[in-house]
Write a protein that binds this ligand. Structure first.
Ligand SMILES: *Cc1c(COP(=O)(O)O)cnc(C)c1O
Length: 385
């Protein structure tokens, strides 16, 4: 592959597919042979790119893919992914035919949803359903016994519906105080006992639960953030059963280097003033790339050293203070490793007072993705071209 032809601005995200497969392998080893792994690839695989991550996860033994909404599932089908896909969020009952035609499994928990779907589905259709139980997240799901009984019998009565799974989602699995988690778990045990017949897949665990609550695996886990090599929360980092390897890094290059004199200012608002004669580098990345204005002051790596972003971050560019004159074309790492120095997704998240999940998700689609496998470039995806 000629990498020069795939994008024309020197800003790129690098996705290490070997780390995706390593994290998946380790999770599979951790949960054991009898527990299937659903690879959660919603939000364009947490910003890593849905197609390549889905393929890598499936090659590494994931049994199922999971996304947030129907469009995301259809996007994977369009890219030729044939594996089973579960939509974790809600799908309009009016769109059930599209789901069926594309063999997409849906999350269901409302009686009236089933009634509307029954009106629309052709007689030979088959819809795989995962019933969602609300055990304390308070977001989606069945909450009481009568609702569940009615739902189960409506599904059973209609040959077009297949009850394939039942699941719930934890609100506090990433905390070391287990009290609320245990309440949800107990509620889940109680609720699944209400089923006349248990479906094939019983799943509760997101990454955090899968990693630190082995008793809750049932027969499948939904692996999101940890597949990308990121820790569900800093709190559980010390008790992880295996080391996670981050797949994501973000890079750019110096495109302009100049010396400014003491007292000269730069960028919008002219808020930054040189306190001495300084070497300033310009980077072709800005807030429209997801490198938001609040990251002013954040450090980046150049030649293995930390240097700060100075002045306001612009839409497409920002400036850094260099330790010395450096050549145009020098690689700059915003997330990732250079020599002994490392800027983690967690560091950027901390700077923004948010969680690591949000950081990779907010990297804009206009940044090309370079996929590496066995140390070599496997594929470059530039969504603009
Ligand atoms: C996003 C999501 C997951 C994945 O959670 P991680 O913490 O990223 O592992 C699992 N289940 C549901 C219902 C989700 O929405």
């Amino acid at each position: 592959m000629d990498s020069q032809l795939a994008y024309y601005r020197d800003t790129w995200a690098e996705i290490n597919l070997d780390h995706i497969s390593y994290n998946m392998d380790e999770m599979k080893r951790h949960v054991g042979e009898d527990v299937k792994v659903f690879a959660v690839v919603k939000a364009n695989a947490y910003g890593h790119g849905d197609e390549e991550v889905a393929r890598e996860a499936l090659n590494s033994g994931a049994s199922y893919l999971a996304v947030a909404f129907l469009d995301e599932a259809l996007a994977l089908r369009k890219k030729g992914i044939a594996a089973p896909i579960l939509v974790l969020g809600i799908c309009r009952p009016g769109d059930v035919r599209i789901a069926v035609e594309n063999r997409i499994s849906l999350t269901v928990f409302q009686q009236r949803w089933l009634c509307e779907a029954k009106e629309i589905l052709p007689s030979n259709a088959r819809l795989d359903i995962h019933v969602k139980l609300d055990t304390g997240m308070g977001r989606l799901g069945v909450r009481n016994k009568d609702e569940l009984k009615e739902l189960e019998s409506t599904i059973k009565e209609d040959p077009r519906f297949c009850l394939e799974g039942v699941y719930t989602h934890f609100a506090t699995a990433d905390e070391l105080n287990f009290a609320y988690f245990e309440r949800q778990m107990e509620r889940f045990q109680e609720m699944i006992s209400w089923f006349e017949a248990r479906p094939e897949f019983i799943h509760t665990g997101n990454s955090a639960a899968a990693l630190i609550h082995s008793e809750t695996h049932h027969n499948a886990v939904r692996m999101g953030i940890s597949m990308y090599g990121l820790t569900p929360s800093p709190e559980i980092e010390p008790v992880l059963p295996f080391r996670l390897k981050p797949a994501f890094s973000l890079h750019t290059k110096l495109v302009h280097v100049k010396k400014i004199s003491k007292g000269e200012r730069l960028s919008y608002g002219a808020t930054y003033e040189a306190t001495e004669d300084e070497w300033i580098g310009t980077l072709p990345i800005g807030y429209a790339d997801g490198w938001i204005r609040k990251l002013q002051g954040q450090e980046v790596l150049i030649e293995g050293q930390r240097v700060p972003i100075v002045g306001r971050i612009c839409m497409d560019q920002c400036m850094v203070k260099l330790p010395a004159e450096l050549p145009i074309g020098t690689v700059v790492t915003l997330i990732g490793k250079q020599g002994e120095e490392y800027i983690s997704v967690n560091e950027v998240a901390e700077k923004l007072h948010t969680i690591n999940y949000e950081i990779t998700c907010m990297v804009a689609g206009r940044i090309p993705k370079v996929y590496k496998k066995n140390g070599k470039v496997k594929r470059i995806i530039n969504s603009l071209l």
